[in-house]
Ligand binder design. Structure first.
Ligand SMILES: Nc1ncnc2c1ncn2[C@@H]1O[C@H](COP(=O)(O)OP(=O)(O)O)[C@@H](O)[C@H]1O
Ligand SMILES: [Mg+2]
Length: 389
């Protein structure tokens, strides 16, 4: 592939603003930010493909640095620090300067970071998501149509921030206390949803939906590309079923799903059964302190029907939010009727080598870490018409 000058943009934990913390500041406030190790991983992966990489912090120094280095494209991983739409800030700057970048644009990132707004969009498209209400003062009467237990979380966060055992509220009193705590500690609206008892699944997607005609060309390109990959796993170029497990329990080859230009990675199940003393929630406690506590099953041992249903909802959610290049959609499968419900979409999903969910999913599909990072870059380059074929 052609070589490019790639500016790698990040929001590093070590560079987080030194705001005065008091005893009310929650311990997980900066958990979205990248470690030095994660950033080094992105850089290595991009360099492996021969690109020139310019690592830059996505803060107030960014505009001057971009004008100095003049990259061809930016690999954007910036979570931002402040403001309701912090993940959309760097893309807004890049749009303003006319510099191409990987991943979703301003509108999708702003909506996806607002979980309640995302759910309104999902409802418009009839994509199943738990019933909900937003609290901004803590004194609002609870919508009588919501059935306990309810689940309370900050509406504008990610990475499990503000998710804890007390998020599960079994009584109006527990709900009132948790909503007031979250409002006070995280200083943003609180999203209250029906608590979905059931299996935890997350599914990554890479690519961009294409108009019908161009799909034929893309299909041929993908076929040719895969024919070249001696180590390729069995692939299916149409939406298809397959759960990765055969009837006798032996692992079957991983099936992949392609929908007109996007590739749905095998779903990952987070199995909390090994954890005895931690609530079965994919929150800060597990993501940050005990990532190897749960079991990660990929491909998730789901029926063919559920796997393809989740694949279709993932594409539908990606399309509803008008995302670009890659994303990850989180689900709970409601135990009572086996319905997968979308909890949220992460257009800026974590990409830490060996650890992040989408990286585990790519690995299960035979895609190495460096290949995944470069697939995302290539998808963006193609979207901008910067590659010849
Ligand atoms: N309505 C819900 N019912 C059951 N569990 C939930 C619900 N909402 C969130 N969770 C749990 O909390 C975790 C984090 O919630 P999520 O909305 O995905 O926030 P984050 O952006 O921090 O990942 C989920 O992966 C799930 O384990
Ligand atoms: Mg999530």
């Amino acid at each position: 592939m052609k070589k490019f000058q790639v500016a790698l943009l990040y929001s590093m934990f070590a560079n987080a603003p030194q705001e005065a913390a008091d005893e009310d500041t929650p311990w997980d406030k900066w958990n979205e930010l990248d470690s030095e190790g994660s950033v080094a991983g992105y850089e290595r992966a991009l360099r492996e493909m021969g690109h020139d990489v310019i690592p830059l912090e996505g803060d107030h120094t960014l505009i001057a640095n971009l004008q100095k280095y003049k990259p061809d494209i930016c690999f954007n991983t910036c979570e931002g620090h402040r403001g309701r739409s912090r993940e959309a800030q760097v893309p807004a700057i890049l749009d303003m300067l006319g510099i191409p970048y990987t991943g979703s644009g301003v509108m999708s990132l702003a909506i996806a970071l607002d979980k309640a707004m995302t759910k309104r969009v999902l409802q418009f498209y009839s994509i199943p998501t738990p019933a909900f209400q937003v609290f901004v003062t803590g004194n609002e009467p609870t919508d009588p149509r919501l059935n306990f237990p309810l689940f309370a979380k900050p509406s504008l966060e990610g990475s499990g921030i503000g998710i804890m055992a007390k998020s599960i509220c079994r009584t109006p009193r527990e709900l009132r206390e948790q909503v007031r705590y979250l409002l006070h500690a995280y200083k943003q609206p609180v999203l209250v949803e029906e608590f979905i008892e059931g299996r935890e699944i997350t599914t990554g997607i890479v690519g961009n939906l294409m108009p019908r005609g161009s799909w034929i060309k893309e299909k041929k390109r993908l076929e040719a590309e895969r024919a070249l990959q001696a180590q390729s796993v069995s692939a299916n170029l149409e939406p298809a079923s397959g759960n990765g497990h055969s009837a006798n329990g032996k692992k079957a080859p991983v099936r992949e799903y392609y929908y007109s230009g996007v590739r749905v990675l095998p779903p990952l199940e987070i199995d909390f059964s090994p954890l005895k003393d931690t609530a079965p929630l994919y929150g800060s406690e597990i993501k940050h302190n005990n990532p190897w506590g749960p079991k990660y099953l990929c491909p998730a041992p789901l029926s063919a029907k559920l796997t393809s249903q989740i694949g279709r909802w993932t594409v539908a959610t990606f399309r509803a939010l008008e995302c670009f290049d890659f994303a990850r959609v989180d689900y709970r499968i409601r135990e009572s009727d086996n319905l997968p419900m979308v909890i949220e979409i992460n257009p800026l999903a974590g990409l830490t080598e060996g650890l992040s969910d989408i990286v585990i999913e790519a690995n299960a599909a035979g895609i190495s870490y460096s290949e995944l990072i470069n697939m995302i870059l290539e998808t963006a380059l193609r979207r901008y018409g910067m590659l010849d074929d």
